[in-house]
Design a protein around this ligand. Structure first.
Ligand code: VGL
Ligand code: ZN
Length: 215
């Protein structure tokens, strides 16, 4: 069992229409995270939402590179970058939070990936690994030191965020059954290993005392 305390924060990553079935970059069963997240939410005194928020000509879109296909990897000045279908374009319906997600108590909505030339999987640092989003400072100033993650996708934005939380010296918990994965070229297994190496705790809603229908 893990006991949630008042200085813990739940960070809900990218539960947006484009990452759910029918969306531009649909994660298998992406919308299935909503129910467990709604069950988790009342345990937390603080909730932060992230929103993937790209300009239409974003560098992570296959369409921004002549001859490139979605899910290919290319080399950019900051390293390897997977190319994605155009998704979560600023102000489009696909960038909206899933309409069934009801977390009006969330205290911060953090947008990321808004710089044309850098992608941002992590809620803390963009993919150049140096440009901060401001979330580390926000959590520090508010005295929030343990971060619980849920949402989409386990192997990209949830995973990168949890790893960065550890690098920042925060305790990081990923609520596995409140996440769904893309699973591209072994990315789930790779993330599992990185979590183990970095000290990210992978837990379930049951560890937080929640019995889901699906458990
Ligand atoms: C994500 C790929 C591209 C995510 C965002 O939220 O995991 N994945 N943009
Ligand atoms: Zn994105």
């Amino acid at each position: 069992m893990v006991q949630v305390t008042p200085t813990d924060v739940l960070v809900v990553i990218d539960v947006q229409k484009d990452f759910c079935p029918g969306g531009a970059l649909a994660v298998p069963e992406g919308d299935a995270v909503i129910e467990p997240i709604h069950r988790l939410a009342p345990l937390f005194s603080h909730i932060v939402l992230t929103q993937d928020w790209h300009p239409a000509d974003h560098i992570s879109f296959a369409g921004s590179h002549a001859g490139a296909q979605p899910f290919e990897t290319i080399e950019l000045d900051y390293g390897q970058q997977t190319l994605w279908p155009t998704h979560c374009v600023q102000g489009t319906p696909g960038a909206d939070f899933h309409p069934e997600l009801k977390l009006t108590q969330a205290e911060l909505v953090l947008r990321k990936g808004f710089r044309t030339r850098i992608d941002s999987y992590s809620a803390f640092y963009e993919n150049d690994r140096t440009t901060p989003t401001g979330l580390a400072g926000y959590l520090a100033e508010r005295g929030l030191t343990r971060v619980f993650f849920a949402g989409l996708a386990y192997d990209f934005c949830v995973g990168s965020s949890a790893l960065d939380a550890r690098r920042l010296g925060l305790a990081a918990f990923v609520v596995r059954d409140a996440c769904r994965a893309i699973d591209l070229n072994g990315s789930v297994a790779g993330m599992d290993v990185e979590f183990a190496v970095s000290g990210v705790s992978v837990i379930s809603t049951l560890d937080l005392g929640i019995a889901l229908e699906a458990n």
